[in-house]
Design a protein around this ligand. Structure first.
Ligand SMILES: *[C@@H]1O[C@H](CO)[C@@H](O)[C@H](O)[C@H]1NC(C)=O
Ligand SMILES: *[C@@H]1O[C@H](CO)[C@@H](O)[C@H](O)[C@H]1NC(C)=O
Ligand SMILES: *[C@@H]1O[C@H](CO)[C@@H](O)[C@H](O)[C@H]1NC(C)=O
Ligand SMILES: *[C@@H]1O[C@H](CO)[C@@H](O)[C@H](O)[C@H]1NC(C)=O
Ligand SMILES: *[C@@H]1O[C@H](CO)[C@@H](O)[C@H](O)[C@H]1NC(C)=O
Length: 775
């Protein structure tokens, strides 16, 4: 099939940019309801005093069937007789406003702030940082729109699918493998981007920009050993769906108030997600109260017929998706086949009106039907806000705070600048600015490679790539060895790049590609002192051999750190920043690749030698575990005020049902009202101390451990995390507010939420605190 636009345009984007003239005059943004035009301002849909619902209803009555159908694709054409301009639904802003879809860097704005790829930002475990990044992106998006360089303000980010399998080429785009954490990321990013508050209930109807939770749902395989996302059927148990795949989406909608959802290419238990009424309408709109628009992934309607043969005709595919609750199709398929679907009696005009209602509501919530946006809310966000110094420092802060120190033998790091008289920089990822950006990037404000930054730290810095690219199928080991043996210190920049992990391309191996391991071992063997290994990659790699190699003194993981990544890495190496990032995903060994990527089960199964997935269920060995990350300081914890050792659930609350299974008595809380659940709020206080020697930020990860993993209970579950900043020697108390129904419950095989009677453990580092549930 024709490659979806999401993929296709990506590769053409940068070359195109280079051809464009340097300074072009900015133009006005497109908008409806020009108040200076007497023929448009009389329409009821232009009357800003009326509720949006009434305005949209009025607008729809003015449209012919042909005009209605025209609006169902991501490129919605103008309706000139009503003064309505075209609208481009598709734009991207994964970690900065990208140049895809409706954004054009061909006016006076030619760049945008490029934040670290999401997996690295996630490693900061800092919700307020995530919010501020979303906020900065929303501001830059508005500035670009106000400057006439955006055809839309609907952005198809964040990607909050669980990073289920380490080989997934798009795992880099996600906040990692923990569902609760992915949910928190979604909430923070979405609220920031949409112009909502960080805390509090939020529910802003008017939007600065629109975020979209994708890909709904159980989408985390792109192309692996001949299995492709366009036809993959994800077979997911009710239990895994309820406590792993859905929670990020639920949070994104319920607490993030996301105004967009994208349904995915794959099927979920035999039904294409874009044609799943139960998923789109009953769950998202019904249960979760979603009030935005639902788009298909690009060409995800056509694949239902072409690749999946789920629909018998194109018209069936169109009718089934619109009836399921999808509103707009990325692509032209729905625009092309809706008329014939109506003629064939498969689709009604009402189905189309339903979708249009959601679509025009969005455009009105974005303020695009209120006359010239320049005079309105957000109208004064100016071009100079793009790449502002505040946003660029935020990008640096995110890179610094995400970087994870994986190894530091005998406090080899940080380096003392005055003692490093000569530095050897080796590796294919040392001098490539594009590698820092990951995927879905826009043209960055600045472009500086790690090598360029290190040259400013140490005058005598010499560089040998060792391999031409990260693929490393041809190497120049002897040159690298020669350099390594002739300098004081060596830093190697290895890992992956977008040729090895990307959209539509999953890995088959977890080890470093090609001759990278030989290059690392040879250089380490030849160097005068232990070498530093900096690994740039999104998905995890098996670097066990480097981990145990005495000649490797330190290892840093820097994800794809964005435009300021080179500087952030140097600051960590030279001790100007104390690293505090922690891995948001398990680093599995190569032997994990014997597991089929298509196996969606989270829970391990001894009978079939299935090891399970993520720190919650994986029973095998890890190279590094979820939450792992060192610092130049040591931190210690103490549970302070003890929780009550016995916590009583009020038996008469909502007539609590109990069941006994696997010798454990549990209480069914699925039917319990949220207000009754909230009554049970508890507080747990953890004292954290920075034992020095450096000031630093540190994330406290609070886990729950149950006394049994019977019935698929997670072995361990993250229930809270907080980032604190501590001077050397300083200690603070960190409070976690715990809600039993949210934090102590587990999901049964049948999907019900239960709380176990009896013993539970709270775990922070090596500290444990036991308590009991009683009734
Ligand atoms: C006013 O709006 C109408 C559409 O209703 C359009 O045809 C016309 O060109 C507009 N006039 C001006 C002066 O822009
Ligand atoms: C920028 O590019 C878009 C899309 O190609 C085009 O529609 C627009 O006219 C261009 N703007 C300028 C000022 O060249
Ligand atoms: C839709 O129709 C147009 C015009 O006939 C055609 O060029 C285009 O390829 C069609 N697209 C799809 C996805 O069917
Ligand atoms: C290395 O891999 C690239 C891309 O697959 C290929 O074009 C090239 O021929 C390979 N080089 C060697 C020396 O194997
Ligand atoms: C238990 O819950 C019921 C119903 O909500 C309430 O009337 C009663 O006061 C509660 N008892 C205690 C001890 O909290």
């Amino acid at each position: 099939m024709k490659a979806p636009k999401e993929v296709l345009l990506l590769s053409h984007f940068i070359p195109l940019l280079l051809l464009l003239p340097h300074s072009v005059l900015s133009s006005d943004p497109p908008f409806s309801c020009d108040s200076s035009n007497t023929s448009t301002k009389i329409y009821r849909f232009c009357n800003t005093l009326l509720p949006i619902r009434q305005r949209v209803e009025d607008l729809i009555t003015h449209l012919s069937l042909e005009e209605k159908i025209s609006q169902l694709g991501d490129r919605a054409p103008p309706i000139p007789r009503l003064g309505i301009p075209g609208y481009k639904w598709w734009s991207e802003s994964l970690h900065g406003v990208s140049g895809l879809g409706g954004i054009h860097y061909n006016g006076s704005i030619t760049t945008a702030t490029s934040f670290p790829q999401v997996i690295l930002t996630a490693a900061s475990f800092d919700t307020f940082l995530w919010y501020r990044i979303g906020e900065a992106i929303g501001t830059e998006a508005r500035a670009i729109y106000n400057n006439g360089q955006a055809e839309g303000l609907t952005f198809w980010a964040p990607n909050i699918n669980i990073f289920r399998d380490p080989r997934w080429g798009r795992g880099q785009e996600t906040p990692g493998e923990d569902p609760m954490m992915a949910g928190k990321y979604a909430i923070s990013y979405v609220r920031g981007l949409q112009g909502d508050s960080f805390l509090g209930k939020g529910t802003k109807r008017s939007l600065k920009a629109s975020a979209c939770c994708k890909h709904f749902t159980a989408y985390d395989l792109d192309r692996w050993k001949g299995v492709v996302r366009y036809s993959f059927n994800a077979e997911v148990s009710v239990q895994d769906l309820e406590d792993t795949y859905q929670p990020p989406f639920k949070s994104c909608v319920e607490e993030g108030h996301a105004s967009g959802i994208m349904c995915s290419y794959n099927q979920l238990n035999g039904v294409p997600t874009c044609a799943d009424y139960n998923l789109l309408t009953k769950t998202a709109r019904g249960l979760w109260g979603f009030d935005g628009y639902i788009t298909s992934d690009c060409d995800a309607v056509s694949v239902i017929y072409t690749n999946q043969k789920y629909a018998k005709t194109p018209e069936d595919a169109v009718a089934e998706t619109l009836k399921a609750g999808m509103d707009v199709n990325c692509g032209e398929y729905v625009q092309n086949y809706s008329y014939s679907a109506i003629k064939q009696g498969k689709l009604s005009e009402n189905d189309i009106d339903r979708a249009l209602h959601n679509l025009f509501t969005m455009r009105m919530r974005l303020g695009l039907f209120n006359g010239s946006p320049k005079q309105l809310l957000y109208g004064n966000i100016a071009p100079k806000q793009v790449c502002s110094s505040v946003h660029q420092s935020l990008s640096l802060e995110a890179a610094r705070d995400g970087i994870v120190l994986l190894k530091n033998s005998e406090k080899f790091l940080p380096f003392d600048k005055s003692k490093v008289t000569s530095l050897g920089v080796i590796g294919p990822n040392a001098n490539n600015a594009k590698v820092l950006l990951g995927n879905y990037y826009g043209p960055p404000c600045i472009s500086k490679t790690p090598l360029q930054v290190l040259q400013s730290y140490v005058k005598d810095t010499r560089y040998i790539p060792g391999c031409d690219t990260a693929l490393c199928n041809s190497s120049h080991i002897s040159e690298a060895v020669e350099l390594a043996s002739s300098v004081d210190y060596v830093i190697m920049f290895m890992g992956l790049d977008q040729t090895l992990e990307r959209e539509d391309f999953d890995r088959e191996d977890l080890v470093l590609p090609g001759m990278q391991p030989n290059l690392i071992a040879s250089v380490a063997g030849a160097a005068k002192r232990p070498v530093i290994l900096v690994v740039l990659c999104g998905g995890p790699v098996d670097i066990e051999s480097a981990k145990v190699d005495d000649k490797i003194g330190g290892i840093l993981w820097a994800g794809y750190p964005g435009e300021a990544g080179g500087l952030a890495i140097a600051e960590v190496i030279f001790g100007e920043h104390n690293p505090g990032g922690r891995l948001p995903v398990t680093w599995y060994p190569q032997e994990f690749t014997r597991v089929a990527m298509t196996d969606m089960r989270m829970r391990s199964d001894a009978a079939s030698r299935y090891p399970g997935r993520t720190y919650r269920f994986y029973t095998g060995k890890s190279v590094f575990s979820f939450g792992y990350g060192l610092s130049y300081s040591t931190f210690s914890y103490k549970f302070k005020s003890k929780l009550e050792t016995n916590i009583f659930l009020n038996k008469s609350i909502d007539s609590l049902q109990s069941i006994k299974r696997h010798d454990i008595i549990s209480y069914d809380i699925s039917g319990m009202s949220s207000t009754n659940c909230e009554k049970l709020e508890l507080s747990s206080i953890v004292g954290v101390e920075n034992n020095g020697p450096m000031d630093g930020k540190h994330t406290v990860l609070l886990f729950l451990r149950k006394s049994s993993s019977a019935g698929g209970r997670p072995m361990k579950q993250l229930i809270g995390f907080q980032r604190v900043s501590l001077r050397a020697g300083e200690r603070v108390d960190v409070e976690f507010v715990l809600k039993p129904c949210e934090h102590f419950a587990h999901t049964e095989e049948d999907g019900r939420k239960m709380i176990d009677k009896g013993s539970h453990l709270l775990v922070v580092g090596e500290e444990e605190l036991e308590f009991n549930f009683m009734v």
